[in-house]
Design a binder for this molecule. Structure first.
Ligand code: NOJ
Length: 760
C-alpha cells in the first residue's frame, strides 16, 4: 500500500513537473543548456538580466568593509523583485533553503540563486592553509582535500567556492601569501588544476561538487612592497610567464568562474581591465564561465581614480568583462540606465547573463534549486570521521623539515622528559588560520593535545609568553606584540630539566591573510627573546613553526638544531605535528616558496633572472650583491628534509641534440640511503641559456613524488616538450627557441645534478 502511494506520489510529481516545464520551457531538461538559456532570456526584462549580475553579501559573515545600516531591507526587496542573481556568505542547508525559496517562489521568473562562499581550505573541517598544502607537492592529496571542502560546503547549501586562489607571489610580507601556492608558476599551475578538480569533480551536477573560482585575475600577488590592495606594475612577459599560467591551467581544468582583483595592473584596475578579461580570458582563452568582481572592486575603480563616478565605473567594468558585481551595489543601480541610454550595449549584458545562467544550469539548480539544502546530509557530512582523516593526512604531508642536526627528531617514544613551550602549542584557534568563517574558535587539535597521546614520555607544558594581546576576530585590527615576560622563568625551569625542548612559535592565525601585510616578519612579540633564553639552558630544541608566511629566522637557523615548518595545519594540526615529531610519519614536504634571511632581500625567489655581474664576477665590489647579507635565501625553494636520506646519480638525457618537436627524455637514479622508508619530491629544473628574452636562471619543469623503502633505488623519468621549453614574449606569443638548455635534477632548487642539450 505504502509503495503504491509512493508510486502515485512520484507520478503526480512528474505530471506537475512536466506541466510546469511546459509552462516554463526553460525548465525542460530535455533541451540543451544553451537552448534553455535562450528560452529563459527571451522572457527576461533588462532589470531581471541586470539582477542576475548582482551579488549581495547576505549575512553576518562580512569579509570586506561592512555596509552601513538599512541595507538588509534593500537587499531583501531586491531579492523579492528578482534583482539578485547571487548571494555570498549565507550558509547552512536551512538558511540557504530560505533564501532560495524567495528567489524561486516569489520572483516572477523563479531563477535560482548561486550561493558563493570563501571555501579557502575547507568549510568547517579545515585542512592546512593553501600555502602549506602546496608544500606537500602531492597533487592527489590536494585534490582530495579540496573535494572534502566541496563535500562539506555543498552540504551546507553552498554551490560556489571562491577558490582556488592561484595568485603567484614572491612577497612574504603580503598577508595573502598563505592563501595560494607560493612563488612558482609551474607548481602553482599543477596545484590550480588539482584544486579545480577537487571542487568540481567530474560532474558539476552532483550534489557534492561545487563551482570553483580561480582568483584574483590578475597579478594581485605582485602588490608593491607586499602591502595589501596596493598597485601592481609588472612587464607583460612577467604577466604571461609567471602570473597567468595557473589561471590558464584552471581554465583548462574547466574552472567555471574567475574573480578579478582589487589592484591596478599597469595603471588600469583589474576589474575594469579589458585586456585581461576580454582579450586574454574570454578572447584568446575562450573562457565560457563568468567573472565576478571582488568585494566592492567596481566601486573602488572610482577611488582608484579610473572612473569618475559609479555610472562610469559600471560602464567600464561591464565593457571590460566583469559579469557580476560583488557588493558594489552599482550594477543594480546604474546598468539599466546605461543600457537605455545606449552607453552599454545590451549584447554585453546578454553575454554576461548567459554566462551566469550557464553555470547555474550546469550546477543543476534549475532542475532542483534545493539540491544543496539537505539538512540530513549536512549533519552526516560536516565533521565526519572521513573528512577528519582526510585533513589529517593532508596536514602530515604539508609539514616541512627544515633542519635536523644531531637527529633530534624523531623523538624517542619513552624514557624522555619533554618540555613543550610556547603559547601556540596550546592554541586551538590559530591552526585554523584566518579563512575559517564556518569553523568555530578552539576547534583545532593543539600540539599539546597531539603530544599528550604519546604517553611513554614525561611531558610538561609552559606557554612562556603570549602571541597576542586581547581578543582576536576576523574583522578587527589586533594587538600582537606582548612584552610580558612573566612566563619566561617557569618555561626556563621546565627546559632546564628536560631531555628535549619542543618550542612551538610563530604567528597567530590572524596575523596573516587578507588585510594582514607585515613589514617585519621575524617571530612576533618577544618569542625570539624567549627562544634565546631557553637556548641558554637547553640546546636540545626542536623548533616547530606555526605561521602563514615565510618568517625571517636567521638566528634560529644558525643555532637551533631542529626546525619543523608546520604552518597552520587546520583542524587536525596537533595530531599531524605529533605524528611527525614522533616519527610515525616521515616528513616529505618541500618549500613552495623561498625563505628570506631578512626583509631587505624581498622579493627573493629562485627563478630570478641572472645579472651581468653575478656571483664570482671578477671584480672586488662591483657585482650584484649586498654588503651586509648573502644573496641566497635562508631556505631555498624546494627545500625539505626527511628522516632518511636520498642519493641522486646518473642524470641522463637520451640525446645531445633535439629537433623542436622531439620529446627530451631525462632520467635520474634516486636511492634511499638512510634508515627510514620515506618519500622524496624529485625536482627537475631547466635553464634556457640564451633567448630573445632572457630566461630565468632556473625554472621548475617537472617533479615526481616517489616513495622509497630503506636501500631502495628507482629510476625517475621526465619528458620535456615544447610546453616546458618555451616562453611568452611581451606580446603574449609563445616561443620555443633554438639553443642550449641546461637540465638540473635534485632534491631542491639548489642541490642538483646538471646536464645539458641543444635544441635545433
Ligand atoms: C575579498 C577577497 O579578496 C576575496 O578573495 C573574497 O572571496 C571576497 N572578499 C569575499 O569574501
Amino acid at each position: 500500500m505504502k509503495s503504491r502511494n509512493t508510486i502515485i506520489g512520484l507520478f503526480s510529481l512528474f505530471v506537475v513537473a512536466n506541466a510546469y516545464a511546459q509552462r516554463k520551457p526553460h525548465l525542460d531538461s530535455k533541451k540543451t543548456i544553451e537552448e534553455r538559456i535562450t528560452l529563459l532570456m527571451n522572457e527576461m526584462t533588462v532589470e531581471e538580466k541586470v539582477g542576475q549580475m548582482n551579488q549581495y553579501n547576505w549575512s553576518w559573515d562580512v569579509t570586506g568593509p561592512a555596509p552601513k545600516g538599512g541595507v538588509s531591507k534593500l537587499k531583501l526587496d531586491h531579492l523579492r523583485q528578482g534583482w539578485v542573481g547571487s548571494l555570498l556568505s549565507v550558509r547552512g542547508a536551512k538558511e540557504v533553503r530560505a533564501v532560495q525559496k524567495i528567489a524561486v517562489e516569489e520572483t516572477r521568473l523563479g531563477i535560482p540563486l548561486i550561493i558563493g562562499f570563501d571555501v579557502i581550505h575547507g568549510y568547517k573541517t579545515l585542512s592546512p592553509i593553501p600555502l602549506a598544502e602546496a608544500a606537500s607537492w602531492d597533487l592527489e592529496a590536494i585534490r582530495k582535500s579540496t573535494a572534502i571542502a566541496a563535500a562539506e560546503a555543498s552540504a551546507a547549501g553552498i554551490n560556489w567556492a571562491f577558490g582556488p586562489n592561484v595568485d603567484i607571489s614572491r612577497d612574504p610580507r603580503w598577508g595573502r601569501i598563505m592563501e595560494a601556492a607560493g612563488e612558482d608558476p609551474y607548481l602553482g599551475s599543477k596545484i590550480a588544476t588539482a584544486r579545480v578538480k577537487g571542487f568540481q569533480g567530474d560532474n558539476l551536477a552532483e550534489n557534492n561538487t561545487i563551482a570553483a573560482c580561480a582568483k584574483h585575475f590578475a597579478a594581485y600577488g605582485f602588490v608593491e612592497s607586499g602591502r595589501e590592495y596596493n598597485t601592481v606594475d609588472i612587464s607583460n612577459a612577467t604577466l604571461y610567464n609567471v602570473v597567468l599560467p595557473p589561471f590558464k591551467a584552471a581554465k583548462d581544468a574547466g574552472v567555471r568562474t574567475m574573480m578579478n582583483a582589487f589592484n591596478l595592473l599597469n595603471g588600469i584596475p583589474a576589474t575594469s581591465n579589458s585586456f585581461l578579461q576580454r582579450d586574454i580570458l574570454k578572447g584568446k582563452w575562450d573562457f565560457d564561465g563568468f567573472v565576478v568582481s571582488d568585494w566592492a572592486s567596481i566601486k573602488e575603480t572610482v577611488t582608484h581614480g579610473f572612473a569618475k563616478d559609479g555610472s562610469e565605473a559600471v560602464q567600464k567594468s561591464v565593457m571590460a568583462g566583469s559579469d557580476m558585481d560583488m557588493e558594489s551595489y552599482l550594477y543594480v543601480a546604474e546598468l539599466v540606465k546605461l543600457v537605455n541610454d545606449k552607453k552599454v550595449k545590451i549584447e554585453l549584458v546578454d553575454d554576461a547573463v548567459r554566462r551566469i545562467l550557464r553555470v547555474k544550469y550546469e550546477l543543476g539548480l534549475f532542475d532542483d534549486p534545493y539540491k544543496y539544502c539537505d539538512e540530513a546530509r549536512e549533519k552526516t557530512t560536516i565533521g565526519s570521521q572521513f573528512n577528519n582523516e582526510g585533513v589529517l593526512d593532508m596536514a602530515k604531508k604539508s609539514i616541512v623539515l627544515l633542519k635536523n642536526e644531531n637527529q633530534l627528531l624523531p623523538l624517542k617514544k619513552s624514557g624522555q622528559k619533554i618540555a613543550l613551550i610556547g603559547a601556540l602549542a596550546n592554541d586551538k584557534t590559530s591552526p585554523l588560520g584566518s579563512w575559517r568563517i564556518a569553523s568555530n574558535d578552539n576547534t583545532a587539535v593543539s600540539v599539546l593535545e597531539g603530544m599528550q597521546k604519546y604517553k611513554g614520555n614525561q611531558l610538561t607544558y609552559d606557554k612562556g609568553t603570549d602571541v597576542t594581546v586581547g581578543k582576536t576576530t576576523f574583522v578587527q585590527e589586533l594587538e600582537f606584540n606582548t612584552t610580558d615576560k612573566s612566563g619566561f622563568e617557569a618555561a626556563k625551569n621546565a627546559a632546564q630539566n628536560a631531555d628535549v625542548v619542543v618550542m612551538v612559535l610563530g604567528e597567530h592565525g590572524f596575523q596573516s591573510g587578507e588585510g594582514r601585510s607585515r613589514t617585519n616578519i621575524d617571530l612576533p612579540g618577544n618569542q625570539q627573546e624567549l627562544l634565546e633564553e631557553i637556548f641558554k639552558v637547553n640546546k636540545n630544541i626542536v623548533l616547530v613553526l606555526n605561521n602563514g608566511r615565510p618568517l625571517t629566522i636567521p638566528w634560529a637557523s644558525e643555532n637551533i638544531p631542529t626546525i619543523v615548518e608546520a604552518w597552520q595545519l587546520g583542524t587536525q594540526s596537533g595530531n599531524a605535528i605529533a605524528e611527525v615529531l614522533y616519527g610515525d610519519y616521515n616528513p616529505s614536504g618541500k618549500l613552495p616558496i623561498s625563505f628570506p634571511r631578512n626583509v631587505g632581500q624581498i622579493p627573493i625567489y629562485y627563478n630570478h633572472f641572472g645579472t651581468g655581474r653575478p656571483v664570482n664576477s671578477d671584480t672586488n665590489v662591483f657585482w650584484s650583491h649586498y654588503s651586509d647579507v648573502e644573496n641566497t635565501p635562508l631556505y631555498v625553494f624546494g627545500h625539505g628534509l626527511s628522516y632518511t636520506s636520498f642519493g641522486y646519480s646518473n642524470l641522463k638525457i637520451n640525446k645531445a641534440v633535439f629537433e623542436k618537436d622531439e620529446p627530451v627524455k631525462v632520467s635520474v637514479t634516486v636511492t634511499n640511503t638512510g634508515k627510514y622508508e620515506g618519500k622524496e619530491v624529485v625536482q627537475l629544473y631547466i635553464r634556457d641559456l640564451n633567448g630573445s628574452l632572457v630566461r630565468p636562471v632556473k625554472e621548475l619543469k617537472g617533479f615526481e613524488l616517489v616513495n622509497l623503502k630503506i636501500g631502495e633505488t628507482k629510476i625517475i623519468n621526465f619528458t620535456l616538450t615544447n610546453a616546458e621549453l618555451g616562453f611568452f614574449d611581451n606580446n603574449g606569443n609563445y616561443l620555443v627557441e633554438s639553443g642550449m638548455f641546461k637540465v638540473f635534477v635534485g632534491t631542491n632548487s639548489n642541490d642538483v645534478l646538471e646536464s645539458e642539450f641543444e635544441l635545433k
